[in-house]
Design a protein. Structure first.
Length: 74
């Protein structure tokens, strides 16, 4: 699953469930420093262990993409 697909699925799901604040709260709970960032290893763990679990390869792909995205200053 590429990042664009992940975002599309997340957007579609959040619109159906009206759970945007729940998603924000869940990510805040995994932000150890309180600086608005979740470590890539923690994101990979969340994506592969909870809810509709991604495969290890999918979780790694998403976390790597997010890491590269953040390194670009976006």
């Amino acid at each position: 699953m590429d990042f664009a697909t992940f975002v599309h699925v997340l957007d579609k799901h959040s619109r159906l469930e009206k759970c945007q604040q729940d998603i924000v709260d869940a990510f805040k709970a995994h932000d150890p420093s309180g600086h608005g960032a979740v470590p890539a290893s923690e994101l990979r763990h969340i994506l592969t262990q909870f809810g509709d679990k991604m495969t290890s390869a999918e979780g790694t792909s998403v976390s790597l993409y997010c890491t590269l995205f953040s390194l670009q200053g976006c």
